[in-house]
Design a protein around this ligand. Structure first.
Ligand SMILES: NC(=O)c1ccc[n+]([C@@H]2O[C@H](COP(=O)([O-])OP(=O)(O)OC[C@H]3O[C@@H](n4cnc5c(N)ncnc54)[C@H](O)[C@@H]3O)[C@@H](O)[C@H]2O)c1
Length: 261
């Protein structure tokens, strides 16, 4: 049958987006709004319950369907409670976006000095969090005939230099593993690797007057920084029927920064 643009619609689907209630202009919020606009009911999940509530209110006020859930992705019981809340609110889960992470509040000490506590905390959220959330929802996806998992990695993993990049590179390994393991259940798993994004958190790390932006300008094929909204189209492809044959992939959305010399 011929392709129809309707294949990008998500009507009747239920999506969970972690890390969607953080600092004002955050990527998870853009993902949650985009999924709702495509017709999905959205569970806005974050450690920051108030922020998650504000994003869910924004979706409901625009005529969409959303609930806010407090979750600590590093805590197994909390991820199971998140999955139960999704079931209670909307009947189950079809789409999981593992977007929550420590990026600003992570140690940038070098490997010789970083404390093991900081190291473990970073992995607990950035890697284990995606594992625990995926495990919490996969039975519901199977019951519903399939599902989509999208892991938010980072251009900072290519190459991985430092703790943040190492956690994000490990997430690429989790992505291919889940893709292989769940493929026969009609569950795909892919990753998005954004370049430098102008979320509030991104601007805390790379302010507008940072010399790093000049380096990005010289090395990106197109523009050096993107807004959270510029990642949403890729998420839609990976979550919708239009992208059903894509799995185990990491898609770089970065103005071509990955091709730097
Ligand atoms: N901003 C960038 O330039 C950039 C680039 C590449 C990748 N990323 C990734 O995109 C994602 C979102 O980034 P952002 O810029 O919106 O940052 P952000 O800090 O606004 O978003 C991270 C969210 O995760 C939440 N969170 C942290 N620990 C949690 C936990 N234990 N349980 C549940 N939620 C928790 C925070 O409350 C926050 O809402 C992250 O995975 C980040 O690593 C960002």
């Amino acid at each position: 049958m011929a392709f129809s643009a309707d294949e990008f619609r998500l009507d009747g689907k239920v999506a969970v987006v972690t890390g969607a209630g953080g600092r004002g202009n955050n990527i998870g919020r853009a993902y949650a709004l985009g999924l709702a606009d495509a017709g999905a009911s959205v569970v806005v999940a974050d450690l920051n319950e108030e922020g998650a509530g504000a994003v869910a209110d924004e979706i409901n006020a625009a005529g969409g369907k959303a609930v806010a859930v407090r979750v600590d992705v590093a805590d197994e019981a909390s991820t199971l409670a998140m999955a139960a809340s999704a079931k209670e609110a909307f009947g189950g889960v079809d789409i999981l976006v593992n977007n929550a992470a420590l990026m600003v509040d992570i140690s940038y000490d070098d490997t010789e000095t970083v404390s093991l506590d900081d190291w473990n905390k970073a992995f607990a959220v950035n890697l284990n969090g995606a594992l625990l959330c995926s495990r919490a929802v996969v039975s519901s996806m199977r019951e519903r005939g399939g599902g989509r998992i999208v892991n938010q990695t980072s251009g900072g993993a290519f190459p991985a230099i430092g703790l943040y990049g190492i956690t994000k590179l490990a997430l690429v390994g989790l992505t291919t593993t889940l893709a292989k393991q769940f493929g026969k259940d009609n569950i795909t798993c892919n990753a998005i690797a954004p370049g430098n994004v102008t979320s509030d958190a991104g601007k805390m790390l790379v302010p507008d007057d940072s010399p790093f932006i000049q380096f990005l300008e010289m090395t990106c094929a197109t523009k050096p920084r993107g807004a959270p909204d510029e990642l949403v189209g890729t998420l839609m492809l990976l979550c919708s029927p239009a992208g059903q044959w894509i799995t185990g992939q990491t898609i770089h959305v970065d103005g071509g920064w990955i091709m730097r010399p």
